[in-house]
Design a protein around this ligand. Structure first.
Ligand SMILES: NC(=O)c1ccc[n+]([C@@H]2O[C@H](COP(=O)([O-])OP(=O)(O)OC[C@H]3O[C@@H](n4cnc5c(N)ncnc54)[C@H](OP(=O)(O)O)[C@@H]3O)[C@@H](O)[C@H]2O)c1
Length: 267
């Protein structure tokens, strides 16, 4: 896949405490590295973009926060994933369609024995979707996957089963660990989550987010919607280590890994 050249990119690696200044023709090369495989589930990478005020959207959508470089990284991360997992709120707010990748990336994936594009996995209990949207069309390959809970409304579940593959994980709400275990059972090794903030918060709280790729966009004034959408503070803080920094113009691309307890295994 042809990636844009970023002549103004500056990369740095945080753990040494140094600021690197070497110009790299592909500043996002490190994003391509193979990830470890946790026990019983895929590696989970999140890709999010936020303004300087921490806001995730403007007038309900993310587009105004995202630059051409951010969009190309968005596509590139999709190209690495075995599945793209999103909350239903994001599908509804953003009018999500099927995952699309450039021809070269599709061919590369196919040659490696993978699906040409990763399936979209949507987490929802309500199953309240506009089934006329292109995401649910009969000719979408691979079929989208909906992960829902055992108590999801029966009539909507029957409708969902006509439009997507439906997995059940958990009863009253989706048990994300169980959902990820099912994806691993299908051979998935790396999944990308594109949020939104409700799903992301649950993944972090459950210790299921391994890596966060965060674009910091130099704007202020977005919606009052931050990276974690929750009613109460989490029971504990989750810590991350800064694995890499890329600067393009006034934007920062930050890559964080979840900090596990000293010597603790990746679960
Ligand atoms: N800046 C960014 O990078 C970024 C990324 C993504 C989204 N966004 C923004 O975030 C906003 C949407 O936020 P959001 O919090 O609604 O998004 P979300 O996390 O995508 O969706 C929340 C919904 O996902 C489902 N869900 C999540 N966890 C579940 C669980 N454990 N069990 C069952 N269902 C579960 C529920 O759907 P049901 O209601 O169907 O049961 C829930 O209402 C939009 O404005 C969007 O533009 C920004």
């Amino acid at each position: 896949m042809a990636e844009p050249h970023h002549p103004d990119a500056t990369t740095g690696t945080a753990p040494t405490g140094t600021t690197a200044t070497a110009v790299d023709p592909d500043p996002f090369e490190s994003y391509e590295r193979a990830r470890p495989l946790p026990v019983g589930r895929p590696w989970v990478v999140a890709n999010m973009v936020a303004g300087l005020d921490g806001s995730l959207a403007w007038n309900g959508q993310v587009g105004a926060l995202s630059s051409g470089t951010d969009r190309s990284l968005f596509v590139r991360l999709r190209g690495l994933a075995d599945a793209v997992i999103v909350g239903a709120g994001t599908v509804r707010a953003e009018g999500y369609g099927p995952v699309k990748l450039p021809t070269a990336r599709r061919a590369q994936r196919s040659a490696a024995g993978r699906s040409e594009v990763p399936p979209l996995v949507v987490v929802s209990r309500s199953l309240d979707f506009d089934w006329d949207q292109p995401l649910w069309a009969d000719d979408v390959v691979p079929r989208p996957i909906i992960v829902t809970a055992g108590t999801a409304p029966a009539a909507r579940r029957a409708q969902a089963e006509r439009r997507a593959e439906v997995l059940v994980a958990g009863e009253g709400t989706v048990d994300l660990a169980a959902a990820l275990a099912q994806l691993r059972g299908r051979g998935m090794r790396t999944v990308l989550t594109e949020g939104g903030p409700t799903l992301l918060d649950e993944l972090v709280a459950a210790g299921l987010l391994d890596e966060l790729c965060l674009t910091l966009t130099p704007v202020f004034g977005g919606d009052p919607l931050t990276m974690a959408h929750r009613a109460h503070p989490a029971e504990r803080l989750s810590s991350f280590t800064l694995e890499g920094v890329v600067r393009t113009g006034d934007e920062l691309y930050l890559r964080y890994l979840l900090r596990r307890p000293e010597g603790g295994p990746v679960p």
